[in-house]
Design a protein around this ligand. Structure first.
Ligand SMILES: CC(C)(COP(=O)(O)OP(=O)(O)OC[C@H]1O[C@@H](n2cnc3c(N)ncnc32)[C@H](O)[C@@H]1OP(=O)(O)O)[C@@H](O)C(=O)NCCC(=O)NCCS
Length: 169
């Protein structure tokens, strides 16, 4: 039987690997995410971040990004979504940024649905310029602002990367 996309197993990505989220890893990931933007600026408490990562959800595929047992980041992908998966959360911790990890994760995400789906989706907060630049560099187009979605007075930008699959009927 062919494996379903985003299977809960280790996925090697060059020098790092995606590891299905382990309960023991959640406090460290949540604490580190709460300390960096956009979550720091939004004042998301680490406990709330941890709760969101831990809540059972069969549609969410959650992985720590690891190298030699060290956690370098976190990614959560929602699939199925809208004729393609949705990048729900990604955090590459500061010491691992600008080393191509987000590029690898997004290319893996595309590879998991190659020939099956015709889009990747995500949202980015309007003032998160680093992430917006990253997603533009990785082939995403800004589709529409979604005002007040996450916090009053700010917009999330819905972004789409088209894939080469034929649209499903
Ligand atoms: C945004 C984020 C995921 C990018 O991850 P990353 O692994 O550093 O990105 P990559 O190294 O794969 O970068 C890919 C390309 O994106 C662009 N890019 C990455 N970070 C950038 C930044 N801060 N400013 C401008 N462009 C950037 C570059 O073009 C880069 O290619 P280059 O390194 O060859 O120049 C990471 O900085 C992060 O986790 N930030 C904090 C949390 C966050 O904002 N998450 C996203 C919420 S929507």
């Amino acid at each position: 039987m062919t494996e379903t996309p985003f299977a809960a197993r280790r996925h090697p990505l060059g020098t790092v690997e995606l590891v299905p989220i382990a309960t023991a890893a959640i406090p460290e990931i949540a604490t580190r995410m709460a300390a960096i933007d956009p979550w720091a600026r939004l004042r998301r408490p680490a406990a709330a971040m941890a709760e969101r990562i831990a809540v059972p959800d069969p549609g969410a595929h959650r992985f720590s990004i690891e190298s030699d047992g060290a956690i370098l980041g976190y990614v959560s992908i929602r699939h199925p979504f809208l004729r393609g998966p949705y990048l729900e959360q990604i955090a590459i911790f500061p010491e691992a940024q600008r080393r191509g990890l987000a590029r690898r994760v997004l290319d893996w995400m595309a590879g998991e649905v190659e020939g099956l789906e015709s889009n990747l989706w995500l949202c980015v907060t309007e003032w998160n310029e680093g992430a917006r630049a990253t997603y533009r560099a990785l082939g995403f187009d800004e589709v529409a602002p979604l005002p007040d979605l996450v916090a009053p007075g700010q917009s999330e930008i819905f972004m789409r990367r088209r894939l080469d699959a034929a649209p499903a009927a």
